[in-house]
Structure formats: C-alpha cells, structure tokens
Design a protein. Structure first.
Length: 652
C-alpha cells in the first residue's frame, strides 16, 4: 500500500477534492493529516474549531482514501506557551529556554504540558475515534527530534530528584552507587542533586547515566499517556503508530518507547541522513552515493524499526526529492524514489507514504520537495510513484510479518549512553560501530534482524552479533545463554556495572562465562593511526579502540603486532578486543556464516539483497547496469537479470 502526507490547512478548501481525486488516481490508499494543526483546531483554550477538519476528512474519505490522523502535540500553539510558559524546555548546553517559533518546543518533564497534551489528544480521539474514514492514529511527530530528549528545566530537576529518591532509597546509597567520595561530590539530601550540566569540567558518569535513564523514562511516560488517551476513545480496529526518527538518534530506550503501539513507523530520508553520516568522508567515497544514499543506511534503519515493530512496519514519510535540512541537499538519482519504496517493502514495510503531497511555497520547509511542485505540476517523483503503484500487484500480499533472518544484530540503548557519557576515544562512536558490523553482514548478502538487548528472544538465530554490550543486564545474559547460535561480542562489552563502575573482576564482567578473558587495559588511537592485526595470514588494521586481554581456555583467532591476542573464541562465543578495518570483519563473519550454514552472496559495494517470503529483491545503487546475483532458474517478477542503473529486480 502507498500513502502521502497532506496538509489541508495549507491550501484553499477549493483544492481539497481535486487533490483527493488525484491521490486516488495515483494509486494512493492512505493520507496522513493533522499532526501540526493544533493552532487551527483550538484557537484558545477550550475554543475548538473542528469543522474544517471534519470537512477535510470527509473529502478524503469520499474519494475512497483512508485517513491517518496525527495528534498535534509536536507544535503547542502560541497561546498555550504564553499561558503556561513552564512547558518550554531548557537547553542543556546554554541554559536558555527554547522558545516558540519552530516545533518540538515542549518539556517531557512538564506536568502542565502532559495535562494539556493529553487533553487535546483525548478531544481529538473523542471526535474522530468512531469516524469510518479514520483508519488509524499517529502520535505526536518524530519524538526526540532536534535534540529534545534532554532538558535542563526546573521541572526536570525536581522530577529527577524524586526519581533518584525512588531508585536509591536513601542518599547514602546514591553516594555509594555513584562513587561520590571522588572529588568531594557527596550529597546530604536528594534536594541537593542538580542536573549534570553547566559544570567546570566533566560530570560524574554515574550521575549522567542516571539522568539519561530518567529522561528516557520521561519520554516513554509522555508517549504512553497519549496512546492511552487515544485508546479510551477510538473504535476497535483503529490502530496507533508513531513515526520514529532513525532509532540510533532518539537518545531513549526505543523498545520501551514503542511497546504500546500497534506497529512502528519510520521517516526515511536517505539523502539527508547519508549527508550527515558522511559529512567528513572524502569525495571519492561520498560522490558515488550522493544521489542514492549510503547502500546500507536506510536498510539499517528499516531493519531496526522492523525489530521494534515485531513484524510489519510503515514508512510514514518517504523522501521524494531534495530536502531542506541537511548540510547539502542534492536531488535523488532518477529511479531512486521507486528504489527506496521497494527497498522498504523488501525490509518488511506494509505501507510507504511520501512526504509530502505538494511542496509548500512558504515557511521553514519551502525548499523541501513534494510529489507536486508548488505550481501544482508533478515533480520527477510522480512518475516513479505511478510505476511503483502498478508494480505492487506483482508483489502479492505484503501485509504479512517477514520471516526471521538467520542473523541477529543486538542493539543496546545503554551502550549508546555509555559512549555518549564516557568518550574514552574520539574514534569510538557506538552507532558507527553497530553500522560497521551491519555493513559487513549486508556486504555478504545476508539478511539481518536488529533486536533490542534485554527484549529479545534469541533462539532460532544461527549467528548473534553484539557489537557492544557495555552493561549487559540479567535478561540479556539469560537470552544469550538460552540461544543456540554462535555469538560475537565486540570490544567494550561487559565494561561497566549498572551504576557505571568498572566491572568487578575487570571486563567483560558477566560475559566472562561466555569467553574466559580479562580486559586488563584499554587504549584509544587516532583514526589515522591504525596498527597491524593478523588473521588467517592476512594483515588488517586495528585502531581507535584496543584492549589488552588476558586469555583463559580460549582459541586465539587474531593477534596484534606483538603477538598478543586481539580476537579469541571459546566454544560458540567469539570476543573481538579491538575496532578493526572492514576487511577483517567481513572475513571473520564470512567464516562464521559458513560454519553456521548461512548462505552468503558476496556483493559489490553498490548492490544489495533482501529476501521477503519467496521473493528476493536486488538493488542497484550505481549508475551502471549490473547483473543480478540470481539463480539460473529464477523467475523475475520485476526487472530482469540485468538491473538498470538505480534499478530493482525481484525474483522467485
């Protein structure tokens, strides 16, 4: 199914019916509206103007379209900010209040805003919860975007103090857990605790971790209240979703954030996100993918969202042309809008919606492309959407839950927090480490499931890859024990206790029962100062993060230049004590896949594969024709054995 994001409040009402007719003719099924319309819905507190929304929903429904109704809490109106200024967040870097005039200008810790957001959400659900044209709901919009997870507000400080009191019970226990004897940081009461900002130099990492846990819980609490408000007033069958930003960028526990949803949605902007990712990459690395996006970045986010959704998910916003917010905003290569759409379906999507219907000629996003230009003429993406709409019938039923992949990649919000808090080396960034392991697997043509530490059942996976489990909890350790696949741990795993101290008995702490080693020292090197690592007679680069390990009864797989162990194996568990070059990871994982009877298809840099049911999708991100890695007996559903530039082939 296909859809689009539409803003009837941006256009004269005389255009609505014609827009709806054109949407239907294009092959669209769903239309999202309403998520930024609070000021038009409620002119002042309690003075609602629903009539225009009623007519917009009726117009779309009469054309045979299904409405996804967004709750408008991402943009509190000016009258609300003036009446309740305590809802505004405080910047954690400057200490200044973040004011009205853009979006996401609210504090997750503000009890006032929680009440107001629940009120408008409940009012909207009461009015449209039984409307036959409203198929489902989107909560808020892109929670945590624009670095809004953390706030230094008085409300956040007061709630954090209460959170600490509930967690630790007494101040002596908190002092002991945080190691506050260091630098004379001991407190006499919970009322003395400030937020971990605005100090002369670094704050206590245990203090910062506690605040990250607290802040994550505040976001989850806010979201759960909104979901509950919708459920109280919506008819059976109306589902609830949320359009998450790239999960690695939220700063929260995404599994907890999305747990109460019916399914998770994702906003896919491959060019903007790739430009941010590769901002420092040399031109020869970046330019081949400037108009396609990195071959593995959108796929990583798709697989992450599918893991959060526990099955089929939606693409709620799909880039149709140049965006307006990245450092550089090129146009997509011809065919890439179709390519990204089919890629989402290959990775488990049930619906893809384009952002937006028509490019708006005013305000902050006037340079953001839509399916229509501002003059109402179709943009280049229009023809590609027409083509995808025709091809959907060839793919069959895509509403089913995708099958489990043979490989699980374990991701962990706590490891991301540890990395943010303790920057032991500038070359170690948790998201980049995860991405490197993912790229290596995808380059082998292997399908991957991303699963959340502490949430996942790992049985059935033949290979489990954990790039870092910095603070593995009991649930994660037990899930690993209960699995029967091979396990790969990356460096920094088991490095810390739950209160951010070095693990008892040294790292990898509780993971020592999988690999009997001790990390007795850690060094971090400049990214351009790799040192040699030897594996199976080949020399690879090792750097950025290197651990010196003492080894018990293990098989040494790779060694540093001085002959000391860099990667070891004990039974079915492997520990890699360093960050390495891509070639080492690819070589090691290729061998492990072969041992686990996982079929591999080594791929060129610009070709990727994904399987869904009995379909295999092949994606060409290059400007040249490439040959599809399909068996001789393949029956092509879309395309042929020669994949056109930026094209897609699908076969059974």
């Amino acid at each position: 199914m296909l859809g689009v994001c539409y803003y009837p409040e941006h256009w004269p009402e005389t255009m609505w019916a014609h827009d709806a007719q054109r949407m239907k003719e294009l092959g669209l099924t769903y239309v999202r509206i309403g998520e930024f319309a609070w000021a038009r819905i409620e002119k002042s507190e309690g003075r609602f103007t629903w009539e225009w929304m009623d007519r917009a929903i009726e117009t779309l429904g009469a054309a045979g379209l299904k409405v996804v109704l967004g709750t408008p809490t991402a943009t509190p109106p000016k009258w609300l900010c003036e009446k309740y200024p305590d809802i505004l967040p405080v910047d954690i870097h400057s200490g200044l209040t973040r004011g009205f005039g853009s979006r996401r200008h609210y504090d997750f810790s503000s009890e006032t805003y929680l009440v107001q957001a629940e009120r408008i959400t409940a009012a909207m659900a009461e009015r449209y919860g039984s409307n036959p044209h409203v198929a489902g709901w989107q909560t808020d919009n892109e929670l945590c975007c624009h670095d809004t997870t953390l706030s230094a507000s008085p409300a956040a400080r007061a709630k954090f103090r209460a959170w600490c009191a509930a967690r630790y019970g007494n101040i002596e226990a908190l002092n002991a857990a945080w190691g506050n004897v260091f630098w004379s940081m001991e407190y006499d009461s919970f009322d003395q605790i400030d937020l971990p900002f605005f100090t002369v130099c670094e704050t206590n990492p245990a203090h910062r971790l506690a605040y990250r846990r607290f802040a994550s819980e505040q976001v989850v609490r806010f979201h759960d209240v909104m979901i509950a408000a919708i459920r109280r007033h919506s008819r059976p069958g109306q589902w609830i979703t949320h359009n998450i930003i790239p999960p690695a960028t939220t700063g929260v526990d995404n599994a907890a954030l999305t747990r109460q949803l019916d399914f998770v949605s994702y906003d896919n902007y491959p060019l903007g996100f790739s430009d941010q990712l590769m901002a420092k990459a040399p031109a020869d690395e970046w330019q081949p993918f400037m108009r396609t996006g990195h071959p593995d970045l959108a796929a990583l986010n798709f697989d992450s969202v599918r893991g959060l959704s526990n099955g089929a998910w939606w693409g709620m916003e799909q880039q149709p042309g140049p965006v307006n917010w990245a450092p550089h905003n090129p146009r997509p290569a011809p065919g890439m809008v179709r390519h990204w759409t089919l890629q989402a379906f290959a990775h488990g999507a049930a619906c893809v919606a384009y952002f937006r219907w028509r490019q708006v000629p005013f305000a902050q996003e006037q340079m953001h492309a839509g399916l229509l230009r501002p003059d109402d003429v179709p943009s280049p993406a229009w023809a590609e959407v027409e083509q995808v709409a025709a091809e959907m019938a060839l793919l069959g039923d895509l509403s089913t839950v995708p099958e489990k992949a043979p490989v699980a990649l374990v991701i962990d919000p706590v490891s991301a927090w540890v990395d943010d808090i303790e920057r032991q080396g500038a070359g170690y960034r948790y998201p980049a480490v995860v991405f490197q392991y993912y790229r290596a697997l995808r380059s082998l043509g292997v399908d991957v499931d991303l699963v959340s530490a502490g949430e996942a059942k790992l049985d059935g996976y033949r290979l489990i890859v954990a790039p870092c489990l910095a603070m593995p909890d009991e649930a994660t350790v037990n899930a690993l024990k209960a699995s029967n696949g091979m396990i790969v741990f990356g460096p920094r795993s088991g490095a810390k206790t739950q209160e951010f101290s070095i693990s008892a008995g040294l790292p990898p702490g509780p993971l020592r029962e999988f690999v009997p080693i001790k990390a007795i020292a850690v060094e971090t090197l400049r990214p351009d100062c790799d040192e040699p690592l030897s594996y199976q007679g080949e020399v690879h680069g090792s750097g950025k993060w290197r651990e010196t390990i003492e080894v018990g009864e293990c098989c040494v797989l790779a060694v540093y230049e001085d002959g000391s162990p860099a990667a070891v194996r004990s039974g079915r568990s492997i520990y890699i004590a360093t960050l390495t070059d891509d070639a080492f990871l690819k070589s090691l994982l290729l061998n492990l896949c072969a041992e686990a009877n996982i079929a591999i298809t080594p791929l060129p840099d610009a070709v990727r594969l994904r399987r869904r049911g009995d379909l295999t999708f092949a994606f060409n991100l290059s400007g040249e024709v490439v040959h599809a890695p399909a068996p001789q007996a393949a029956s092509f559903v879309i395309g042929s054995a020669d994949i056109e530039p930026y094209g897609v082939a699908v076969w059974r």
